[in-house]
Write a protein that binds this ligand. Structure first.
Ligand code: AP5
Length: 227
């Protein structure tokens, strides 16, 4: 008794969220992480934390983020590699916002993430007009990084975070010029990853232009079916 043969195999779930800015990746990844107890690795949140703390990574990333440009690949590959090698990621993780370029996708394998075939990939699709509405109406808590929307997901008390009452702000990169740049970067550099993962991973296109609860229901169904 108690030998290796008695131990239940651990299901290691590694998930990637693809999709344009504002598609709801963060909303869905956050909920999946909380309800399924999987570590969420959000590169946007990690970079914003680094900027708030004034670290060398934050100082390098800030000008790129504020303009809506992607941050250089090497910096992201080092940052994510270090994160997924930590012990809390041993049983899986959700990548929210990474990879975003072909070089990052290849880097993920090299850093120990394993081949694309080991990943469940959700590509969340939303029409462009709706993305613009979501990003212009998004409000953000600089303390806990919760996101809201002025119409679609307003906080209980206007302008204040539900969790810690911090005054909500608009992200610098949610202003009009930066949003246009982020969408162009997505089209040019991230969209090609759809073809890359469609052929190599357990790939699912998700219609993100539906209420968040409905979208979440689809994700859970796919996860539970082990597809
Ligand atoms: P990041 O923070 O990852 O930004 P993003 O990909 O542009 O994603 P967003 O956070 O804008 O949108 P989302 O899809 O998560 O949508 P959300 O759930 O918030 O990255 C920021 C920057 O960091 C990048 O521009 C880049 O400079 C840099 N960076 C990060 N990773 C990088 C990488 N790997 N390489 C290089 N640079 C990198 O939802 C949006 C809004 O819609 C919210 O208000 C929400 O409440 C609302 N909403 C969500 N779902 C629904 C729904 N179903 N119906 C109605 N409203 C909804």
């Amino acid at each position: 008794m108690g030998g290796v043969e008695d131990v239940e195999p651990v299901s290691i779930e590694r998930i990637i969220f693809l999709g344009p800015p504002g598609a709801g990746k963060g909303t869905q990844a956050g909920r999946l992480a909380a309800e399924r107890r999987i570590v969420r690795v959000s590169t946007g949140d990690m970079l914003r934390d680094a900027i708030a703390e004034g670290t060398p990574v934050g100082r390098q990333a800030a000008p790129h983020i504020d303009k809506g440009d992607l941050v250089p690949d090497d910096l992201l590959i080092d940052m994510v590699g270090e994160r997924i090698r930590q012990s809390d990621c041993a049983n899986g993780y959700i990548l929210d916002g990474f990879p975003r370029t072909l070089r990052q996708a290849q880097g993920l394998e090299a850093m120990g993430g394993g081949p694309p075939s080991g990943f469940l990939v959700f590509d969340v699709e939303v029409p462009r007009e709706e993305l613009l509405k979501r990003l212009s109406g998004r409000r953000w808590c600089p303390t806990c990084q919760s996101t809201y929307h002025v119409d679609k997901n307003p906080p209980t008390r206007a302008g204040l975070c539900n969790l810690d009452s911090t005054p909500l702000i608009q992200r610098e990169d949610d202003k009009k010029v930066a949003v246009a740049r982020r969408l162009a970067e997505y089209d040019e550099r991230t969209k090609p990853l759809i073809g890359y993962y469609r052929d190599r991973s357990r790939f699912h296109t998700i219609d993100g232009y539906r209420p968040a609860d409905v979208v979440f229901g689809d994700l859970v169904t796919i996860l539970e079916a082990g597809r």
